[in-house]
Design a protein. Sequence first.
Length: 119
Amino acid sequence: MKNILIIDDKNENLITCQAILDDNFSKCNIFKALSGKEGIEIAIKEQPDVIILDIVMPKMDGYSVTREIRKFNKDVIIIAQTAYDLSGDYEKAIAVGCNDYLSKPINANELKQMIKKYL
């Protein structure tokens, strides 16, 4: 069974993302984290196949989370996401080790297709 980890500091975003995944990937284990630190701990323990990672979070942003995860897992697929479409976000996400990038609000079809591509 595949594991998917969602890391976002806003619970409503976790709920929305999980609902999309539950509808389309019912045979996957879904894990959620409300902070970068918690996300890293879950990633170490559960070894997810895909991580959906918010970039803009307090204390530890998604770029820092990606750098930490890449220290112990080079193969996990990391999909960065942010509501802020700042110039260079995509390039910076890829440069730190993310595999792909989505803009918020999450488009259910786009997320579904991206996850299917990697699983």
